[in-house]
Design a protein around this ligand. Sequence first.
Ligand SMILES: Cc1cc2nc3c(=O)[nH]c(=O)nc-3n(C[C@H](O)[C@H](O)[C@H](O)COP(=O)(O)O)c2cc1C
Length: 318
Amino acid sequence: MKIADLKIPGNILLAPMSNVTNLPFRLMCRQYGASLTYSEMISADAVIYENKKTINRGISCEDERPLGIQIFGNSPEIMTTAALRIEEVYRPEIIDVNFGCPAKLLTKDGCGSALLKSPELIHEIVKELSDNLSTPVTAKIRILPDMDKTLEIAHLIESAGATAITVHGRTRQQQYSGKADHDYVRKIKQELSIPVIANGDIMDEISAQQTLEYTDCDAIMIGRAAMGNPFLFKRISHYLGTGEMLEYEECSQRVADIREYFGLLEEYELMHTVHIKAQAQWFTRGMRNGRHIRKSIDTAANIEEILQSLDEMCKHVE
Ligand SMILES: Cc1cc2nc3c(=O)[nH]c(=O)nc-3n(C[C@H](O)[C@H](O)[C@H](O)COP(=O)(O)O)c2cc1C
């Protein structure tokens, strides 16, 4: 897939996820085959006020290219000022705009999915950014209950200069309930000329292939199923490339991944930014012996103890 002049080496993308897609996690997803990774969303206001947490969110490294940095806001001018600063400091390959987040924290200020009620403002934001940045601008939306209104927004985003659009096939009201509606993605793909990225409920090899085939989209983007499971990118890439399921040892793979993840958090001095036990629970989600694992993580005194008990468990599983 190409976004503007940028060649993306594949079609499986990691979704931006607040408090999840930090640099160590993104690096692991890339290593396992994610073709493009995005930062957690960054507030345009916070960039301007140089908020420390925000600065961490933009940190990247040369191994993580191409990188998308996602911003949110509601003012074309402030967002452009913030994006120009991001462009200068972090040099991402893509700047993505969040028009999808349903969290009150954003919508109460008219940001994220609240903007879907103001198509003209969406157009203005994307145009102002596209006209002023040298970095390609992309947008990520949720759908509206009405297909025509959703299509209108997608067209406005394209005509304002966006170089790609990601569509999460759920409405703002749905939050994460129900099923993502890929008919919307399919229709948007039929009507637009820019690349269209399908997002929502891609959980495994089969749903990845079905979504690509059904929507005819240019790429798929994976969110929740990748949390604590960066290896999913390897499984899906392998399946799409060969038609065969990748064989691997689940327990030892998960433990190796969690060890690497904690190692990278140390290396990039980001350990203090995460809730260690919650992250350990994500990395062990879906493993056999789940109840036992959850309990041992809860009672562990430190990371080494968590890793030791997981190692111990693998000996019995494999
Ligand atoms: C914990 C969490 C944090 C998220 N943070 C963001 C975000 O910062 N920006 C964004 O555009 N979407 C965010 N999302 C939405 C995801 O990018 C994605 O659109 C959504 O989870 C649907 O994809 P999935 O079914 O593969 O999870 C977040 C989702 C989750 C679960």
